[in-house]
Design a protein around this ligand. Structure first.
Ligand code: G3P
Ligand code: CA
Length: 290
């Protein structure tokens, strides 16, 4: 990560490796985070959730079956659900203890060469990347995990990372789609860390007009909109900046293996349009700060 001259945010444009360098390694695992650092990303983005016994772990979906071998290891623990009229089984993270989750393989679904990769805890993630890259932490579905905001801040405090840019080589930023969680962070817990509001096209009309930006500024220091929102609203970045807010759109990814040239162009266009950074599966294709 580029080191700022004084204690302050890293130079922009930020390259935020989405779930790690997830185009090349299994998402939300230590190998994907390490690769993001090797590819000189500014931050690694990951999704924080909680096990049944209260451990903070890194996982995108609220269930385990897409990115682990839970179906083989705990076949009897699947819950019968109906999704879009179709009966299927799911293995929610909240049903599993940390010891159980640690038995799962979180790498081989992506590529057999990553077999043996474990689903990481928050603490392990911090230890693995500290000094190499920043943390862009998403509170994923925090409504399922009451108290997760305070638990996360406590772990950051233990690591000495609960103040903005406390470690210039490991800057920390928090984000969520869940407004109430951001309000807990900034209003109740009064975190001084930067906080970004995530939102997609469906919520663009709420947050991108001047009134919405003013409201967002009461609990967030920046925005992480879907990249389509920025593309269809060319003045958004400048209007956000005038309120002191940074804009880091998501998610830039190559549409298919072997066609990475386009994603680089797309990211350069977003930065030319005023984005302060890009959240991408392909950090190696991003335009880096000098
Ligand atoms: O950081 C933005 C992005 O991670 C939000 O979407 O679903 O990949 O967590 P998702
Ligand atoms: Ca995320």
């Amino acid at each position: 990560v580029a080191v700022p001259d004084a204690a302050g945010p890293p130079p922009t444009p930020w390259v935020v490796a989405h779930r790690g360098a997830s185009a090349y390694a299994p998402e939300n695992t230590v190998p994907a985070f390490a690769l993001a650092a090797e590819q000189h990303a500014t931050f690694v983005e990951f999704d924080l959730q909680r096990t049944k016994d209260g451990a903070l772990v890194i996982l995108h979906d609220t269930t385990l079956e897409r990115t682990t071998d839970v179906e083989e290891v705990f076949p009897e623990r699947g819950r019968q659900v109906v999704v879009k009229g179709e009966a299927r089984r799911q293995w929610p993270l909240v049903d599993f203890t940390l010891a159980e989750v640690r038995r799962l393989d979180a790498g081989k679904w992506f590529d057999p060469k990553f077999a043996g990769t474990r689903l990481p805890t928050f603490g392990e993630t911090i230890a693995a990347v500290r000094g190499k890259i920043g943390l862009f932490i998403e509170l994923k579905s925090p409504e399922l995990y009451p108290g997760i905001e305070a638990a996360m801040l406590a772990e950051l405090k233990t690591a000495g990372l609960d103040r903005p840019w406390a470690d210039p080589r490991t800057p920390v930023l928090l984000q969520s789609f869940t407004v109430s969680s951001l309000q807990i962070l900034t209003r109740e817990l009064r975190t001084p860390l930067p906080v970004h509001l995530l939102f997609g096209p469906a919520d663009a009309s709420r947050w991108t007009n001047d009134q919405g930006l003013a409201e967002a500024r009461t609990f967030a220091t920046g925005l992480s909109p879907d990249k389509q929102v920025l593309r269809t609203d060319p003045t958004l970045a400048a209007r956000a900046r005038s309120r002191g807010m940074l804009v880091t759109p998501y998610t830039f990814r190559a549409s298919a293996p072997g066609t990475y040239a386009d994603v680089g162009t797309e990211m350069r266009e977003a930065i030319a349009q005023g984005a302060d950074g890009v959240i991408t599966d392909n950090p190696d294709k991003a335009p880096h700060s000098p």
